[in-house]
Structures are given as structure tokens and as C-alpha cells.
Design a protein around this ligand. Structure first.
Ligand code: UD1
Length: 413
């Protein structure tokens, strides 16, 4: 349980952690080689633990020191990942392509992950099939075979982050070049491209496509994971909802353009300077309208925290979710805290109220948890948030980081 005594303006500076969503595919990239892969700036999170456990389970030796992970060995990769790990975290499914490319076969349970609507992997499989893989899906398991993958051009119906990463990973060891048309362009996908290039499979981006130049074998690399834009955005919103002023350092302001534009539109003071972003809010912000989209559009992962912020704005905000179906399962908990929020189809309508109130609420996924934390920081009483395991999947040292900004937060149990 996380307890928060709300109503204190947050002030100060917090350092951005490495990006969870860049670290996870980077760990999977290490499966492509037997040479050492060193990943720096890796956040300490349950999801990264799960990715590391998967790498170990299929044959890698892994050592962690502070925020650096060394992955090596794995001359003989096991073709099957433990079901429990893949079902716990959807990104584990990214091991399918690398293991298939290395060993010619791979068996992977269909993935789990956050409870945010249907999250199929059809685009992953359609793409890998075009590289020459054959599949047999039975009993919730995908059995994949491919003697040697062959590069080709794959058109994605939707710029899926996971499918683009899966195809870049598999294409890195395919014969010839693999081009993904209509790829995801999230900074975390681009970061994976940098790592694969450093390992020897050059990744080049063009206006509407990305190409990876497949190699017979790949080398090791040392790679620094980009800062977590979603974590950084969450702390900026924490400052904003409490009418304080928070600076995030070690961030990439250019990765947060969509959020910073919305915060400015709402009346917040936004300043960027090198790797530092400062957001301050005095008084009630104005309502804004937003819709989530693939990058560089507004990120779906910041939709719940932004709604929490808008819950105390002046006027009606509308937020349309176009990336995930039913990513509104936190709305009931926000309403319990006094927010005037209602879901209408794929849109949340938020009529800002003056004050939110403490309550006992439950986080159902990572970003729902972030929304409730923000609401609790602004609420006029004490809030107890259950489901803290979800929050620990995505936010390293959250209670300590919030305390560093002046919040009264404690974690129990
Ligand atoms: C990644 C992020 C997640 C973020 C999301 C969108 C990781 C570990 N997670 O998730 O935090 O919210 O990008 O920015 O990086 N889809 C299909 N078929 C597929 C694949 C996806 O229909 O084969 C759909 C999904 O159901 C969803 C949409 O495409 O509606 C976006 O999914 P995708 O971009 O693949 O997100 P993830 O990689 O799962």
C-alpha cells in the first residue's frame, strides 16, 4: 500500500531514470549475440527484473551493478521462455524473434501485461511470417520455426511499437535487409536501432520506413539507455497538479514535446535548458483537449496522469484514447476521489473541480497507478493506494523521489 498525505506543493529537482520501454528490448537484443552487451542507465524495476530473468532462463549470464547490466554468454540458447515470465510482462514476447533468429525455433506463450484492453500480437506474427517464419499456435503457445530468416519489406497496418521492435530484432540476424514500412517511431524504438547498429546491424530511418541490415553474427556493444520520458512527464505533472514547480534533470525535452505543449496550453510555465525541464503552475490551470496517438503524438502512457492533472483544471477537458481500447480503468478511482470524470466511448470528459479528496483506491496498471498518485498528492486528505506492485513495474524509487520533492509519502506491506 502507498499512503499519501496530500495538499503540499512539490518543489525541487528529480533525476530521470533510464527508460523502462527502451531497457526491455535492449535486454532482448542481447539474445542476438554471444558477445558481451553492456547496458547503462537501466532502471531498477520489476519489469526489468522480469526481462533479465527471461534472458537468464534461456541461457545468458547477467550481472547487475547499480544501473549497469552486463549480459554475456548464451552460446546455446534454450528455445522456450518460461510461461510465467511472458505472461507477467508483455514485452517478454520480444524474445520470440531473437531466439528464432539464433536457433531456428522458438516457443513462446501468448503474452500478458497490463489490463488495458485487448493487446494482440498479430502484427508481430504477420511480419515474422514474411521473413520466412512458420507458426503453429496451440494451447496458448506460439511454436515458431525458420531455418534462416530472410530480409524483406514488411508493411505494418499500424505503427506498433512492439511489432516494429520484433522485426528489427529478427531482421538484425536475417539474410539481407529488412524494411518496415509504417514503423513505430517512439524514441524507445529508435534507441533499439542505435543498439543494433552498435552491434553491427545498421539501422537506418527514412520518412516512412526503417531498414535493418541483417548480419550472420552480431558483436557486443556498450549502450546507454535513453531517459524515461513517461517517468519524467509524470514528475512534471506531479509538480503541476500540486501547484508547485518541479525540475526533471537528465531528461530529453524533445521527447516530451506533446506533453509540454499541452501543459503550456493549460497555462503552466514550461522551461527547458539542456537536459533539464521545469514546469511550474500557479492557480488553477485551464482545461485542454487531447488525443493519444503514436509518437510524436501525445503518448497514451501519459493519458491517465494528464487526466488526473486536468481533474482540477478550470472547465471541461476531453481526452480521446486512440491507441489502446479501454485504458480508462482508473476513472472510477478518480471519481471516488471527487473528480468529475465520465467515459463516453473512446473519450473521457473531465469537468475540473476545485479540490480532490483522499480515499482508499486501487491501481490496476502502471499508468493508472501514476494517475492515482498524482490525484493523491493534490487531495486535501490522506489517500491509500493498493496495487503498488503495478506502480513498481514502471517507477523506480517512487516514494523516495516524491519525498525528495517535499511530498509526504510512505509505503507499507
Ligand atoms: C508499447 C509500450 C507501452 C505503450 C505502447 C504505445 C513497451 C514495453 N510498452 O507497448 O508502454 O503504451 O507501446 O506507445 O514498450 N496491436 C495490435 N497487434 C499487434 C500489436 C499491437 O493490434 O500485433 C495494437 C495494440 O492492441 C494497441 C496498439 O496496437 O491497441 C498499440 O500497441 P503497440 O504499439 O504494439 O504497444 P506495445 O508494444 O504493446
Amino acid at each position: 500500500m502507498i499512503g499519501i498525505e496530500g495538499g503540499r506543493p512539490l518543489r525541487g529537482t528529480v533525476r530521470a531514470a533510464g527508460a523502462k520501454n527502451a531497457a526491455l528490448p535492449a535486454v532482448m537484443a542481447s539474445l542476438l549475440t554471444t558477445e558481451p552487451v553492456v547496458l547503462e542507465n537501466v532502471p531498477h524495476l520489476l519489469d526489468v527484473d522480469a526481462a533479465v530473468a527471461l534472458a537468464q532462463a534461456v541461457g545468458k549470464e547477467v550481472t547487475w551493478q547499480d544501473s549497469v547490466i552486463l549480459l554475456r554468454g548464451g552460446d546455446e540458447l534454450a528455445p522456450e521462455a518460461p510461461a510465467e515470465l511472458v505472461q507477467r510482462m508483455r514485452a517478454s514476447f520480444l524474445a520470440l524473434g531473437p531466439i528464432l533468429a539464433r536457433t531456428g525455433e522458438s516457443r513462446m506463450p501468448l503474452p500478458g501485461g497490463c489490463a488495458i484492453g485487448p493487446r494482440p500480437v498479430d502484427l508481430h506474427l504477420v511480419g515474422l511470417r514474411q521473413l520466412g517464419a512458420t507458426f503453429d499456435v496451440r494451447g496458448g503457445m506460439v511454436h515458431a520455426h525458420a531455418p534462416r530468416l530472410r530480409g524483406t519489406t514488411v508493411y505494418l497496418d499500424y505503427p506498433s511499437v512492439g511489432a516494429t521492435e520484433q522485426l528489427l530484432l529478427a531482421g538484425a540476424l536475417a539474410h539481407g535487409t529488412t524494411t518496415v514500412v509504417n514503423p513505430a517511431r517512439e524514441p524507445e524504438v529508435v534507441d533499439l536501432g542505435w543498439l543494433l547498429s552498435a552491434m553491427g546491424a545498421e539501422v537506418t530511418w527514412h520518412e516512412d520506413r526503417v531498414t535493418v541490415w541483417g548480419q550472420r553474427t552480431l558483436g557486443g556493444a556498450t549502450h546507454r539507455v535513453i531517459p524515461d520520458r513517461i517517468e519524467a512527464g509524470t514528475y512534471l505533472l506531479a509538480g503541476a497538479i500540486t501547484r508547485g514547480e518541479v525540475t526533471v534533470e537528465g531528461a530529453r525535452p524533445d521527447h516530451l514535446d506533446a506533453l509540454l505543449a499541452k501543459l503550456s496550453e493549460a497555462g503552466a510555465r514550461v522551461e527547458t535548458n539542456g537536459d533539464r525541464i521545469t514546469v511550474g503552475v500557479e492557480g488553477r490551470p485551464e482545461a485542454v483537449n487531447v488525443q493519444t496517438l503514436p509518437y510524436p503524438g501525445f503518448p497514451t502512457d501519459l493519458q491517465p496522469p494528464l487526466i488526473a492533472f486536468l481533474a482540477t483544471a478550470r472547465g471541461r477537458s476531453t481526452a480521446r484514447e486512440t491507441v489502446f481500447a479501454s485504458r480508462f480503468n482508473y476513472v472510477g478511482a478518480l471519481a471516488q476521489m471527487g473528480a468529475q470524470v465520465q467515459v463516453s466511448g473512446d473519450t473521457v470528459l473531465t469537468d475540473g473541480v476545485e479540490t480532490l479528496h483522499g480515499a482508499e483506491v486501487e491501481a490496476t496498471d502502471i499508468r493508472a497507478g501514476a494517475a492515482l498518485i498524482l490525484a493523491a498528492l493534490a487531495a486535501d486528505e490522506r489517500t491509500a493506494i493498493r496495487g503498488e506492485m503495478h506502480i513498481a513495474r514502471g517507477y523506480a524509487d517512487l516514494p523516495a523521489k516524491l519525498r525528495g520533492l517535499g511530498a509526504e509519502v510512505w509505503a507499507t506491506g
